[in-house]
Design a protein around this ligand. Structure first.
Ligand SMILES: [Zn+2]
Ligand SMILES: [Zn+2]
Length: 386
C-alpha cells in the first residue's frame, strides 16, 4: 500500500470509536426524510470539529449539508445518507452510510494535510430523505453537484457487490371515484370504488406471471372507503413500478396502467393516475471507478450482481461519474426488516463500514495521484450517457 493510503487508513482508524459513537447516536434517534435534524446537527458539528468547512442546510434544504477540505480540482465527493424508516428505525442502515462517508472524508483530509504536492479537495455531502423523497434529486436541481468530479457512497446489505444492478423506479397514485349510496337499501344506486381497487390489485397480480424476472410492481391501499353502510365513493392506491432501465420501465408501465384503467371500466368508476415525482434512474456504475474500488478492497466482493432495489443515487450517477457498492455487515438479515435494524449498530457492522470507507478513500487517492485517471473515468461516463 502506498504511504498516502496508509495515512488515510491511519486517519480513519484513529477516529474509530468516535465514528461508531456518531453512527450509534444516529441509530438511536431514527428520523424520517427531511426531518433528520439531530443527524444533521451531529454530523455537521463532528465534521466542523475535525476541521472541515461546513455549510449547514446546504442549498436551502434544511437537513442537507456540505463539508469540504482542500481546494481546487479534482473535487471528489463522498456521500452520507442518514434517514430512517417509519416504525422500524434504521432498517436500511443509513447510519452506517453516514459513518462511511464521514470516515472516508477524514481519511482524505489526513492525506491532503500530509502532502503539499497533492492538489484537490474532498467534499462530504449530506443527502437527506433517500427513502421517501429522493433528496439527492433536490440537491442535483439546486446545483450541489456542480464542480464535483466524481461521487461515491456505500450501502449496507447482506452481500458484497461493487456494481449492483439496481432498478429505475416510478411511483404512481391511483384514485377511483364512484358514487355513494346506502349499501343495504339502495346498492344499485351506487358505483363501488372499492371494487375497482380489488380488481386493479388482482389484475396487477395476474400481470405478475408475465413479467420479466427483473421487473417489480407493488402497492398498498391508502384508502378503501369510509363505512360499510356507504358504497365506497372514493378509494386510493399507491404503487411503485421498477425495471432495470427507464426505457424498460416505460414499456412495463403501459401494462400496469392497463390494469388500473381496466378496473375502472369494469366497475363504472372514473380513474385518475398520477405519476409522483421524482423518477429514480437506475444506477449507472462507472466502470473505471468500480474497478479501482474493487482493487482497493481487502475482502472479497462480487463485481456485479442483481439487487432489485432503487436509489436516488441513480440520478446522481447520470450527473457525475459515480459508484454505489453494497457491503455486508456480518449478518444474513435483509434490509427493511426489524432484524436488519438490530444489526446496523453492531461492532461487526462498524468494522465492515470502516473497511469500505477505507476503500473509498483509497480509490479517491488513486484519482488524486494518477495522471490521466480522472480523464479515463470521465470518458467512461460519457460513453455511458450515450
Ligand atoms: Zn432502504
Ligand atoms: Zn437504503
Amino acid at each position: 500500500m502506498s504511504d498516502l493510503k496508509s495515512t488515510a487508513s491511519t486517519g480513519i482508524e484513529s477516529c474509530k470509536s468516535e465514528l461508531s459513537a456518531l453512527s450509534d447516536e444516529i441509530w438511536r434517534n431514527p428520523e424520517l426524510g427531511f426531518n433528520e435534524h439531530k443527524a444533521h446537527e451531529l454530523l455537521t458539528n463532528f465534521l466542523e470539529k475535525k476541521g472541515f468547512t461546513v455549510e449547514r442546510s446546504y442549498t436551502g434544504i434544511e437537513t442537507a449539508f456540505r463539508a469540504t477540505f482542500g481546494s481546487g480540482r479534482p473535487n471528489v465527493c463522498v456521500i452520507c445518507e442518514y434517514d430512517a424508516l417509519p416504525e422500524i428505525g434504521h432498517a436500511c442502515g443509513h447510519n452506517l452510510i453516514a459513518e462511511a462517508g464521514v470516515a472516508a472524508g477524514l481519511g482524505l483530509k489526513a492525506v491532503l494535510e500530509s502532502s503539499d504536492a497533492l492538489k484537490g479537495m474532498v467534499t462530504v455531502l449530506g443527502t437527506p430523505a433517500e427513502e421517501t423523497d429522493g433528496g439527492k434529486i433536490n440537491l442535483i436541481r439546486n446545483g450541489a453537484f456542480e464542480n464535483i468530479d466524481l461521487s461515491m457512497m456505500v450501502h449496507p446489505c447482506p452481500t458484497n457487490i461493487v456494481s449492483p444492478q439496481m432498478l429505475a423506479l416510478e411511483a404512481l397514485n391511483i384514485t377511483y371515484t364512484g358514487k355513494a349510496s346506502h349499501a343495504a337499501a339502495y346498492p344499485w344506486e351506487g358505483v363501488n370504488a372499492l371494487d375497482a381497487v380489488a380488481l386493479a390489485y388482482n389484475a396487477v397480480s395476474c400481470l405478475r406471471q408475465q413479467m420479466k424476472p427483473s421487473w417489480r410492481v407493488h402497492g398498498v391501499i391508502v384508502s378503501g372507503g369510509e363505512d360499510p353502510a356507504i358504497v365506497p365513493e372514493k378509494t386510493t392506491l399507491k404503487y411503485y413500478i421498477r425495471a432495470p432501465t427507464t426505457q424498460e420501465l416505460n414499456e412495463f408501465k403501459v401494462k400496469v396502467l392497463n390494469c388500473f384503467t381496466g378496473a375502472a371500466t369494469a366497475t363504472g368508476c372514473s380513474v385518475s393516475i398520477e405519476s409522483v415525482p421524482p423518477l429514480f434512474n437506475e444506477v449507472a456504475s462507472n466502470g473505471v471507478l468500480a474497478k479501482l474500488f474493487a482493487s482497493n478492497l481487502k475482502i472479497e466482493f462480487k463485481m456485479e450482481g442483481e439487487l432489485t432495489i432503487s436509489t436516488d443515487m441513480g440520478n446522481v450517477s447520470y450527473i457525475v461519474p459515480s459508484i454505489h457498492p453494497m457491503f455486508a455487515i456480518g449478518s444474513g438479515e435483509v434490509n427493511h426488516t426489524r432484524e436488519f435494524t438490530a444489526v446496523t449498530n453492531t461492532p461487526e457492522a462498524h468494522t465492515a463500514t470502516l473497511t469500505v470507507a477505507k476503500a473509498m478513500a483509497h480509490t479517491c487517492i488513486d484519482v488524486l495521484t494518477t495522471d490521466g485517471l480522472l480523464e479515463k473515468i470521465k470518458e467512461d461516463f460519457e460513453v455511458q450517457l450515450l
